[in-house]
Design a protein around this ligand. Structure first.
Ligand code: 5GP
Length: 212
């Protein structure tokens, strides 16, 4: 059985990555979503254990000390982190595990797991990022501007990702993400075990022939 792929999905606030992830999980049975821990307060409608594991700063720092996280980062004044155990368990079961995380964390995961596939999703323009944040209406103008500032920084790091998806049509975008994942799974980098196995099979075959 092939091990699943670790898919890192990042994008500016309002890029639609949350919707993309929900649809991937609904439509295909190969995806599992890692639920992060955060010190940010829940937004209306967010559910503990489904959207995030909501923690105090103290609890979060204890988890860091126990090495519970695959990665963690600070984003606009709050901690966010990926609990390691779930990711490992799901990959071993052959599931494709999605981490919906920001750039610092994504690049950390890439360092630790070079076989992770990094995908960046963005709306067609920076103005559209602002419009989508305003429309969501869950953050103050001050926080929105902080997120726009962070977006300006992040735009300079997009080229460190493996794939860029532009979300101007949600349906097209979901299909594109899924197709890209299927392609990424075929990369030789992610199939070292299969390559090592075929090398050994050839060698064993030839050795048998020589002996026989
Ligand atoms: P939000 O507060 O809008 O839910 O998330 C803010 C940012 O934190 C988003 O870019 C989101 O992808 C990112 N994020 C969510 N969970 C994690 C995580 O576990 N680790 C990291 N590094 N970023 C995360």
């Amino acid at each position: 059985m092939r091990k699943g792929i670790l898919l890192i999905l990042s994008g500016f606030a309002g890029s639609g990555k949350g919707t993309i992830v929900k649809e991937l999980i609904k439509r295909y049975d190969n995806y599992a979503l890692s639920v992060s821990a955060t010190t940010r307060a829940p937004r209306p409608g967010e559910v503990e254990g489904r959207d995030y594991f909501f923690k105090t700063r103290e609890e979060f720092e204890e988890m860091i000390a126990r090495d519970d996280f695959l990665e963690h980062a600070e984003y606009v004044g709050n901690y966010y982190g990926t609990p390691r155990q779930y990711v490992d368990d799901m990959l071993d079961k052959g599931m494709d595990v999605i981490l919906e995380i920001e750039m610092q964390g994504a690049l950390l995961v890439k360092e630790r797991c070079p076989e992770a596939a990094l995908m960046f999703v963005m709306p067609p323009s920076a103005g559209e990022v602002y419009n989508r944040l305003k429309k969501r209406g869950t953050e103050s103008e001050e926080v929105i501007l902080k997120r726009m500032k962070r977006g300006a920084e992040e735009s300079r790091g997009i080229c460190k990702y493996d794939f860029l998806i532009i979300n101007d049509d949600l349906e097209k975008c979901i299909e594109e993400v899924n197709n890209t994942v299927q392609c990424a799974k075929c990369a030789t980098l992610r199939n070292r075990d299969a390559i090592d196995t075929i090398i050994k099979e050839f060698d064993d075959f030839l050795m048998d022939k020589e002996e026989g």
